[in-house]
Design a protein around this ligand. Structure first.
Ligand code: CAA
Length: 261
């Protein structure tokens, strides 16, 4: 039986999805994207999982992009529309996931690889990671959400430079651009990512869910509407048991235990 293209595992409150096509540097074809969607759905439905980590098999690549052979083998608009629809749907599902998402990036994160990490909340790269949007060199442009997410996440002139030239950048450069949160030694990538994931998993999953929704919805609203949305959400949060638990724990000088209620 062939190896699954997406490996799903859990360790306590942290669920991990590993893109597992090392022979193609974990490039994403339609089947892999659909498997990613299925396994993400499973982790979303698992109440014991509070944080989701995305990573790639091996340390040569996180994801070397959309699968170029698969893309090139397709003929006709219908096939390309299908690819565009699926990749957009899956990356949007990742972006709007109610559970915090982390990305552990080892090696190449090119094209769709960088576009996937742009849809996650927190990104940790190994020191040998290389990121970039080389689609322009293939006669394409970053259309898996990349053009729209990048322009909103880094300065417009830097975003355009990355998209117009297609150069690969180092993890240190990506950190300087604010594209990733931190760079760690290659050998410590998963350990550091898990440690961060576990710290987030200690927090209230209910509050994290409402915070993620507040951030995602508010970002697309004018400030007065965004503030009104936040006001309604904090009203909800203040009424949770977790808020009472957090405040009581502070007053009683103990650690809180959040249950997501
Ligand atoms: N799609 C399909 N196969 C890929 C691939 C990709 N994106 N990237 C690498 N591979 C395959 C190679 O064809 C090669 O297969 P074979 O062994 O069968 O020949 C294998 O993975 C190893 O790759 P290399 O021999 O090229 O490894 P390298 O170390 O010399 O180079 C690399 C690594 C710089 C990442 C190089 O593989 C590369 O440039 N890959 C393409 C990167 C790219 O252009 N990505 C954007 C794709 S388009 C996109 O992403 C659009 C979208 O999502 C919508």
């Amino acid at each position: 039986m062939p190896e699954p293209t997406i490996l799903r595992s859990t360790k306590g409150p942290v669920g991990t999805l590993t893109i597992n096509r090392p022979q193609a540097l974990n490039a994403l074809d339609i089947d892999t994207l659909l498997a990613l969607e299925r396994e993400l759905t499973a982790l979303e439905a698992d109440a014991s999982v509070r944080v989701i980590v995305f990573t790639g098999a091996g340390d040569k690549a996180f994801i070397a992009g959309g699968d170029i052979a698969d893309l090139n083998s397709r003929q006709g608009l219908a096939h390309y529309l299908e690819f565009a629809e699926i990749v957009h749907r899956v990356f949007r599902r990742i972006e709007l996931c109610d559970k915090p998402t982390l990305c552990a990036i080892s090696g190449w994160a090119l094209g769709g690889g960088t576009e996937l990490l742009l849809a996650t909340d927190i990104r940790i790269a190994a020191d040998h990671a290389r990121l970039g949007l080389p689609e322009i060199t293939l006669g394409l442009f970053p259309g898996a959400g990349g053009s729209q997410r990048l322009i909103r996440q880094v300065s417009p002139c830097k975003a355009k430079e990355l998209m117009f030239i297609g150069d690969r950048i180092t993890a240190a450069e990506a950190l300087q651009l604010g594209l990733i949160n931190r760079v760690v030694e290659k050998e410590r990538l998963l350990e550091e990512t898990m440690a961060l994931a576990e710290r987030i998993a200690e927090k209230s999953p209910l509050v994290l869910k409402l915070l993620k929704r507040t951030l995602a919805n508010g970002a697309d609203m004018p400030l007065p509407a965004a503030l009104a949305h936040e006001q309604a959400m904090i009203g909800l949060v203040l009424d949770t048991r977790d808020a009472h638990e957090g405040c009581a724990a502070f007053l009683e000088k103990r650690q809180p235990t959040f249950e997501g209620r």
